[in-house]
Design a protein around this ligand. Structure first.
Ligand SMILES: NC(=O)c1ccc[n+]([C@@H]2O[C@H](COP(=O)([O-])OP(=O)(O)OC[C@H]3O[C@@H](n4cnc5c(N)ncnc54)[C@H](O)[C@@H]3O)[C@@H](O)[C@H]2O)c1
Length: 378
């Protein structure tokens, strides 16, 4: 069995998480690390025992000949780094969101296709233990026919929450909804529907956003609908980050680190009918929970190994990620223009920038990159 050679480009928070999973997996070997900051590549190199450390990504790829390059860097760098790494004809995985608009997403996918390589986007929740468990229960028919889905964020400012957390949730929902055909959304800032003046640069380099509160309805194939909430809360609430599937015969509830089943579609919440059952989580056979790799990052690696073995795309592929960006841009466009948006949209430009331009407003002024500073200013 082939051992896949891995290079990590970016050695801070998410690079460390990725490296721990690739280091732990028996079918992958980290052959090179790259960071502009020497201390970061040394800290990670010492932890995962890799001596091939680089400041220049092209030199790393040339010298270490990886099969996969992981790109866990700030979102504003994803597009340029993906394009530069793909030039070397290697498979990539990039942190979420893949990039910040559809023009970029199309270019990344076209480049990967031209080079004959795969793009995976690090939506580890889509393949982690909770999702494996929910998917198995769903496929076993435990909730009958899917009727609708509900997903929420953690309480970030809506537009930023959409790009940051909504991207994970839309990917989770896509596992069951398959394809989204139409989006209708309501976005408000200061309790009023958004105007072109509410279009701002996102914190953390996630492109252009609008909306403090987002409520979106997604129409999937087969008469399935989904509701996505990205509402700003005064205090962050990570427990709100959850998904529920409503079927003809029951419900499934997903949270990072847990999965539950309710064997009836409706119950009166009077304290006597609460029959939610916790489902036993599914881990890869060789995963050792005592190590430093998170189970979901490990599952993500497991899926990449299986996908490359089988010559197919990763479940969190670039084309899935592009469809998620179509949904996110559709949500912005729907609220801006007050209309439903059919997907995939023909105009690939960022709808909020187009909207502002049509209102004869200049490109939005710069804002702080750090979220809490950004929020104070906004
Ligand atoms: N999947 C998840 O659960 C999850 C969680 C948090 C953040 N994220 C995503 O992860 C990304 C941010 O990751 P992070 O917090 O580790 O970022 P970070 O900015 O803390 O670290 C990125 C590292 O990459 C290095 N780097 C950047 N450009 C480089 C280049 N050209 N050459 C070499 N090194 C370079 C930087 O020096 C830095 O050390 C964002 O896209 C964010 O959305 C994902």
């Amino acid at each position: 069995m082939k051992t896949y050679r891995i290079a990590i480009l970016g050695c801070r928070g998410r690079g460390t998480a990725a490296a721990r999973a690739y280091h732990a997996h028996p079918r992958t070997e980290i052959v090179g690390l790259c960071d502009l900051v020497e201390e970061r590549r040394d800290t990670l190199g010492d932890e995962v025992n890799v001596t091939a450390r680089f400041a220049d990504l092209d030199a790393m790829i040339r010298q270490t000949q990886p099969d996969i390059v992981a790109i866990p860097t700030g979102t504003e760098f994803h597009y340029d780094l993906c394009m530069r790494v793909l030039e070397h004809s290697v498979h990539i995985e990039v942190e979420k969101p893949m990039c910040v608009d559809l023009v970029q997403a199309d270019a990344i996918i076209a480049k990967a296709e031209a080079k004959g390589v795969q793009v995976a986007v690090h939506h580890q929740g889509r393949v982690g233990a909770s999702m494996q468990t929910i998917a198995r229960a769903f496929n076993a028919g435990k909730i009958g026919e899917l009727r609708y889905m509900y997903g929420s964020g953690k309480g970030y400012y809506g537009g930023y929450g959409l790009m940051n957390i909504g991207t994970h949730m839309l990917n989770n929902m896509l596992h069951f909804g398959k394809r989204c055909q139409n989006v209708v959304a309501q976005l408000t800032t200061g309790e009023q529907p958004i105007t072109p003046k509410d279009v701002v640069p996102s914190p953390s380099g996630m492109g252009t956003i609008a909306g403090e509160y987002i409520t979106a309805t997604l129409q999937y194939e087969g008469n399935v609908t989904g509701t996505l909430l990205q509402h700003r809360f005064d205090k962050m609430d990570t427990n709100a980050y959850s998904m529920e599937l409503y079927g003809s015969e029951g419900r499934l509830f997903w949270k990072s680190g847990g999965a539950w089943w309710l064997p009836t579609p409706h119950y009166v919440p009077d304290g006597t009918h609460d029959r939610w059952e916790a489902l036993e989580l599914i881990y890869p056979e060789h995963y050792d929970g005592r190590g430093s790799a998170s189970e979901a990052d490990y599952w993500f690696v497991e899926e990449y190994v299986n996908a490359l073995d089988e010559g197919r795309a990763h479940e969190c592929s670039g084309t899935e990620a592009r469809h998620i960006i179509e949904m996110m841009m559709g949500i912005f466009e729907s609220a801006a223009y007050g209309t439903g948006v059919n997907l995939p949209q023909a105009d690939r430009r960022h709808p909020l920038l187009r909207w502002r331009e049509e209102a004869r407003l200049e490109t939005p002024a710069d804002m702080p990159r750090a979220y809490w500073e950004w929020l104070t200013l906004e």
